[in-house]
Design a protein. Structure first.
Lengths: 338, 537
């Protein structure tokens, strides 16, 4: 690790708010990655009649636990729980609902307010809001990360080529970007959504079409600046090829700008998916997502726990990322760390 | 006896507080009398500019503060004086001219406005009276056709003219003391000589005291009545200029005076083979105009230059900024597009593909001016020097490469154990040694040195010149030495080429060009560079 990197890491660590936000965000992210272990409608581990069963990984027929039929076990069924309790025990996740589990046992009509069973209440189809939130967060974060990653890679490549070679290449690239940037994004998304069934990957593809442009300008500017640095000239004089010079001498300069932008791009990616879901143009109906939760909150104003949960979750995750982004930006600020 | 005009006593300047504090100036005392020129000399970081800025209290307070000292102007204390008093002193009694004329003027205001502003603040002049006085001042500092230049913006003026405007601004308040902080460092030698002459003239005409801050001993000898030599925040020697120059007492002064680049170039053998040659080399940059952006003219940066270089020979390329020296260097290495034949070892490399060129790059290397910009801050010294070895697949494995790198570092006088350290841990001179090692490790036949000593302090300059000469005699490398500093060129080059506007003005053996220049331009350049004198033409 070069001393410059170390100074920047130190500066990042010294920014308390950013540092804490970074770990909180990581904690949320890791926790939602293991959503099945937190919210699920089946136990993690069952001990029955001297043998271990792992329902979270495998399906077992009801007969395994002394039931009557060869259908897959419905663990939330009081009859089954009683059977298991007789000859062993079951280790349940914290929340006994999956994203698509419907709570048929509530007496109140859905959406039902929070209580001991559904900590954040249920939505209008009787599904547990907490479970949907955890699964929805995971989807949003993974989608956001994937979108940021792909658009960053494309953006850096395009910006690098334009900035490094300049001239006609740069001119053509810039004009293309201007035309591309003028396309009505949302309209195209609506048209695409009406033609193909949107899923995780198709949505990712469509959103990448428009989001890759965000980094091109910054990276291009850095490459334009750095290609006339003496150490870049010296590398060319040594006989290095263009690709090598770009990767080894110019890219590290551009990475500062890129890393600074990354948390904000991730923010933007999460918001775009949430917005599409909210409008009903996003993921297929039934999938848990932040946007879907917000849209339920909008259509069920009499059930404020839906809207409040959605709002707090989105606001918290975006704020954490903004704090991290600020800390990263300050850490890379040459006036503060070099 | 009346009190001195300016008396600085025991001045100390500290930046920051606690254990992070840096003492920029430790203890400086000097006096300045009416009509006198005092020079503060020292290398970069010796605290001379900080001393000057504290006279006007222009340091970034409160981060900077003075643990001790006093600055008396006509008996009045300036140190931590109230702001209104300071404002009446600044520009009115003590004025300052800065080093960089490109950034000292506001690019958005005409020069009449900027000079007039001072008149407005200190003398309350308005309207016609102000304009008349501005014109008078511009005449005084020798701006040609001043009537027509009143509304010019700074970018329409040359560097020398901008510095003249800066001086006019400083004179507008009719100051008793003019502080000139390296006023000619950013200028070409001929312009430098003109500005120095102007300052000297103005001083004798207006009877100002001049506090001249510089690192250039030649200027001191030419300009100053008395001199203070500064070293690490302290005045180590003070006295009349002639006395200090002829009988220095302090070790540092002796070292500084001895540091002028010396020695004679080693002449190459007469039958040494030609390693590099170029014929009628041209670098023309197109100027585009009109709706269709067609090429309407060219900037002829390098316009038909031919040269040939023998093994172990040094060709000095001299000229003022904008004369195309650096472009010529880049074109010779094919780092910029050019026309005309470039022969390396008798083979024309013009028009060869990057792949064909790569093996030949080993034989031609370059060292750049700025030792801070030419080394990537993210790579260790070993990685920087070893990069060429990797590209050209020299050295079988990592251990062998490490040994080669260590050898190159030893050769340039660096500790081979510094391989794993990063550039920012080194001083400017050491960094330039790393840059030389990077070129040297490939065992090239030609090295193009683009102002390799310009960014360095004089004492370090001399060391680098000695090092370069030493390397040349050991490895018989040919140098193309590009510089505007004729003293350094004289110490290294056995053949000299004088460039102006992309063309060769004079080309011949160094002795002939230096001692008996044939062209008027060369004569003016020599007089300005070596004796700081202007030649009337």
């Amino acid at each position: 690790m070069s001393p410059l990197t170390r100074r920047r890491l130190d500066a990042f660590r010294r920014n308390r708010r950013g540092w804490v936000s970074f770990w909180l965000f990581l904690a949320v992210f890791v926790a939602t990655l293991g959503a099945e272990l937190i919210c699920n409608d089946r136990p993690i581990l069952v001990r029955y009649d001297g043998a271990f069963y792992v329902p979270i990984l495998r399906d077992y027929p009801e007969t395994t636990f002394g039931g009557d039929f060869k259908t897959w076990t419905e663990y939330r069924d009081p009859y089954v729980s009683q059977k298991i309790a007789e000859k062993g025990w079951a280790l349940w996740p914290m929340v006994r609902f999956a994203a698509d589990t419907i709570n048929y046992d509530r007496v109140r009509p859905h959406p039902a307010p929070p209580d001991g069973e559904n900590w954040l209440g249920t939505d209008d189809q009787g599904r547990d809001v907490l479970a949907r939130l955890v699964y929805g967060l995971r989807l949003s974060l993974l989608f956001g990360l994937a979108l940021s990653l792909v658009s960053t890679v494309i953006g850096i490549a395009m910006g690098a080529v334009q900035g490094y070679f300049g001239g006609v290449v740069d001119m053509v690239g810039q004009r293309f970007l201007e035309i591309w940037g003028g396309l009505p994004q949302l309209l195209i998304l609506i048209i695409v959504a009406s033609m193909i069934a949107p899923g995780f990957w198709t949505l990712l593809g469509v959103l990448v079409l428009f989001s890759w442009t965000s980094l091109v300008g910054v990276v291009r500017a850095e490459f334009l600046r750095a290609r006339n640095f003496d150490y870049v000239r010296a590398a060319k004089a040594l006989g290095m090829g263009d690709l090598q010079v770009m990767a080894r001498h110019v890219l590290p300069n551009a990475m500062v700008a890129t890393l600074t932008f990354l948390p904000f791009i991730l923010n933007g990616s999460i918001v775009s998916l949430t917005a599409l879901d909210f409008l009903g143009l996003g993921l297929p109906p039934g999938s848990a997502s932040l946007g879907e939760l917000l849209s339920q909150g909008k259509s069920n104003l009499q059930a404020p726990w839906l809207g409040i949960t959605g709002f707090v979750a989105v606001a918290a995750i975006l704020s954490l990322l903004v704090f991290v982004g600020e800390a990263v930006r300050d850490a890379f600020d040459p006036r503060k760390t070099s | 006896m009346s009190p001195s005009l300016l008396r600085v006593e025991n001045l100390a300047v500290r930046f920051g507080h606690g254990h992070e504090a840096v003492d920029a100036v430790k203890s400086v005392s000097f006096t300045l009398e009416r009509g006198e020129t005092l020079a503060l000399v020292g290398e970069s970081g010796s605290g001379k500019s900080v001393t000057a800025l504290s006279i006007l209290q222009l340091l970034p307070y409160p981060r900077a503060h003075h643990p001790s000292g006093s600055i008396l102007l006509d008996g009045q204390e300036l140190l931590s004086a109230p702001e209104p008093l300071l404002r009446s002193v600044r520009g009115h009694r003590v004025a300052m001219v800065f080093q960089e004329p490109m950034t000292s003027l506001n690019p958005l205001h005409s020069i009449a406005d900027q000079v007039g502003e001072v008149l407005e603040i200190h003398q309350g002049l308005r309207g016609e009276a102000k304009r008349a006085r501005v014109l008078e001042l511009l005449h005084l500092v020798g701006i040609p056709k001043a009537e027509n230049r009143l509304d010019a913006l700074p970018h329409e003026l040359s560097g020398g003219q901008r510095q003249r405007v800066m001086i006019a601004m400083a004179l507008a308040g009719e100051p008793d003391i003019l502080i000139a902080d390296e006023p000619t460092t950013a200028l070409d030698v001929t312009i430098q000589a003109q500005i120095l002459k102007l300052l000297k003239d103005l001083q004798s005409r207006l009877g100002m005291a001049l506090l001249f801050i510089t690192h250039d001993l030649g200027i001191v000898r030419k300009m100053a009545d008395r001199v203070c030599v500064m070293y690490k925040g302290q005045v180590v020697e003070e006295g009349r200029t002639a006395t200090v120059f002829d009988h220095p007492t302090h070790d540092y002064t002796k070292r500084l005076l001895a540091a002028e680049p010396k020695g004679k170039p080693a002449a190459p053998a007469a039958d040494a083979p030609r390693v590099m040659e170029c014929r009628d080399l041209k670098v023309w940059f197109p100027i585009k105009g009109g709706i269709w952006r067609r090429t309407i003219d060219h900037v002829k940066a390098v316009d038909g230059i031919s040269l040939s270089l023998r093994q172990g020979q040094t060709l000095g390329v001299v000229g003022e900024s904008g004369s195309g020296k650096t472009t010529l260097g880049l074109a010779l290495l094919r780092l910029t597009d050019s026309q005309g034949a470039i022969l390396v070892d008798g083979q024309d490399i013009q028009g060869q593909s990057p792949g064909q060129l790569r093996p030949k790059r080993r034989h031609m290397q370059m060292v750049f001016q700025d030792p801070f910009g030419s080394l990537s801050p993210r790579l260790s010294v070993g990685q920087i020097v070893g990069e060429g070895l990797e590209v050209h697949k020299i050295g079988a494995d990592a251990a062998e490469r490490r040994a080669l790198i260590a050898q190159a570092l030893t050769e340039v006088g660096l500790d081979p154990d510094t391989q794993d350290r990063y550039p920012h841990e080194f001083s400017g001179g050491q960094r330039q040694r790393v840059a030389i090692a990077r070129a040297l490790v490939l065992k090239p036949k030609v090295i193009i040195l683009d102002e390799p000593t310009s960014a360095l302090d004089v004492s370090v300059q001399a060391q680098i010149v000695d090092l370069l000469r030493d390397i040349q005699t050991r490895h018989a490398i040919a140098y193309v030495f590009i510089s505007h500093d004729l003293r350094v060129v004289r110490a290294l080059a056995d053949e000299v080429m004088v460039m102006k506007d992309g063309q060769v003005v004079e080309h011949g053996p160094a002795a002939a060009v230096f001692d008996a220049p044939a062209q008027d331009y060369t004569k003016a350049l020599m007089a300005a560079a070596l004796h700081m004198e202007t030649v009337e033409s």
